[in-house]
Design a protein around this ligand. Structure first.
Ligand SMILES: Cc1cc2nc3c(=O)[nH]c(=O)nc-3n(C[C@H](O)[C@H](O)[C@H](O)COP(=O)(O)O)c2cc1C
Ligand code: SF4
Length: 429
């Protein structure tokens, strides 16, 4: 089923302006320019749209923080860095409907009073960047970007920028440092980017999916958007589903959809083996057991009650062929590699977690390793410049909480129980 974002994603040649316009692209602009920027912000507030980059911050509220009349330019920056393992939903929108993103950028820029927008692409997104550049060139030639858009007296330029392939550059302040030409180091907040962002000017950073929801809100109104979802989690959300699943892919569902029916009806269930665990919101959120996830609905509040986060919506399905220690060790390797190294708890904590998990996995663990890992997680969480360190601390705590016996079995047997095929017999004894 398609709703707000993916309505035209199956249309052939949708990235071409002519095709896109036949399918309603840029139809929101008449309504947009007929209204004052502050009214558009109110409409987005009414819609209840929350940022789809991970944190779920209310978009309209963020836009209202931008100080007007400071004498400085205001920037919109679209975060297309998408590097979280398991997450590939922005890539889908960028490939299938780049004009939807451009339309959203025009609306968001107009609302916040910006005349310059940047889209920061993950370095590996060469194809998506190329498609976007072509779509921008066509839109520019048609008077949809540039001076005096559609004769409405509003100017906007859009620049596409490619990163160099660093996960940390998805963190908004690291992204801004990188966009300025510096090293992709996160900055301490406050000041928040809305007050002091790109080149020390007021800046709104929003995720691709967030911006792509805006044309619908302009067209149908905030109340129209609220037709989907729940009271506190309004609208629809993309989930990119991968792992041990029959039908991996990107799906758009109204928030509040029960996981159980989503998994069965959209994803077709697992590949035949029993479901062991699910990471619902990208590699950095706490893992849930099959039992926990089956009673949950896909919305921000239910995720919190279940003990996890909806995050980016990068869903990783794990069946019972996976060793919990190996899975967590894999995550630790990724985070140890990607830490920018500015903060000691993160630089050392991710590195040590990786070392401990490597030895546990290899059957060379020490008796104190499980408590040492938990101690490291406590020293990483909430003590650093950005939340990258939490992105490993949360998986460490949750994988150990959900599958502690597997960690203990590695210590006791001095190897992975799955390698000697004993895990099931140990479990049933
Ligand atoms: C380590 C780290 C990586 C992140 N990566 C991304 C990313 O790839 N894309 C994204 O939109 N947000 C990412 N975020 C969140 C951004 O910092 C920011 O909250 C988001 O772009 C804001 O947009 P939104 O309000 O539309 O969600 C990341 C955050 C952290 C801490
Ligand atoms: S938490 Fe990690 S990634 Fe974030 S600034 Fe500190 S060292 Fe860098």
């Amino acid at each position: 089923m398609t709703f707000v974002l993916t309505k035209n994603c199956e249309v052939q040649n949708m990235p071409q302006l002519e095709v896109a316009r036949k399918h309603g692209a840029y139809a929101s602009l008449e309504k947009l320019f007929a209204r004052q920027p502050k009214d558009i912000i109110e409409e987005v507030k009414t819609s209840g749209l929350r940022g789809r980059g991970g944190a779920g911050f209310p978009t309209g509220m963020k836009w209202s923080f931008v100080p007007q009349n400071t004498g400085k330019p205001i920037y919109l920056v679209v975060n297309a860095d998408e590097s979280e393992p398991g997450t590939f939903k922005d890539r889908f929108l960028l490939e299938r409907d780049p004009h939807l993103l451009i339309e959203g950028i025009i609306a968001a820029s107009y609302a916040i009073g910006s005349h310059t927008a940047y889209v920061y692409f993950r370095g590996e997104f060469y194809r998506q960047w190329e498609l976007f550049e072509k779509a921008c060139a066509e839109a520019r030639a048609a008077g949809l970007i540039g001076k005096n858009i559609l004769g409405k007296g509003y100017d906007l330029e859009i620049y596409a920028h490619r990163g160099a392939g660093a996960y940390i550059c998805g963190e908004e302040t690291a992204l801004l440092s990188s966009l300025e030409g510096g090293r992709g180091y996160p900055r301490i907040k406050p000041p928040f980017p809305a007050i002091e962002g790109l080149f020390a000017c007021p800046t709104i950073v929003n995720n691709v999916e967030t911006i792509c929801a805006v044309p619908y809100i302009v067209r149908e109104g905030g109340a129209g958007y609220r037709k989907f979802g729940t009271e506190k989690s309004s609208g629809t959300k993309l989930f990119s589903v991968c792992g041990h699943v029959k039908k991996p892919g990107v799906y758009e569902v109204p928030l509040g959809t029960p996981f159980k029916s989503f998994f069965k009806d959209y994803c077709g269930g697992t590949n035949g083996r029993p479901l062991k665990a699910v990471i619902v919101g990208g590699s950095s959120v706490p893992v849930l057991t099959a039992e926990q996830v089956m009673t949950m609905t896909l919305d921000y509040e239910a995720a919190q009650i279940a003990g996890t986060l909806l995050g980016s919506g990068g869903m990783i399905i794990v069946d019972d062929s996976v060793c919990a220690v190996e899975a967590l060790a894999d995550l630790a390797r990724f985070y140890a590699h990607e830490s920018c190294g500015q903060c000691t708890p993160c630089r050392e904590g991710t590195g040590w977690s990786k070392k401990i998990l490597d030895r546990l996995e290899a059957g060379r663990g020490e008796d104190s390793d499980i408590s040492l890992l938990l101690q490291l997680a406590d020293n990483m969480g909430g003590k650093t410049i950005c939340t990258f360190a939490d992105a490993l601390a949360m998986p460490i705590r949750s994988w150990i909480k959900c599958f502690r016996t597997e960690f203990e079995d590695h210590l006791r047997l001095k190897t992975c129980p799955m390698k000697i095929g004993t895990l099931n017999s140990i479990r049933s004894s």
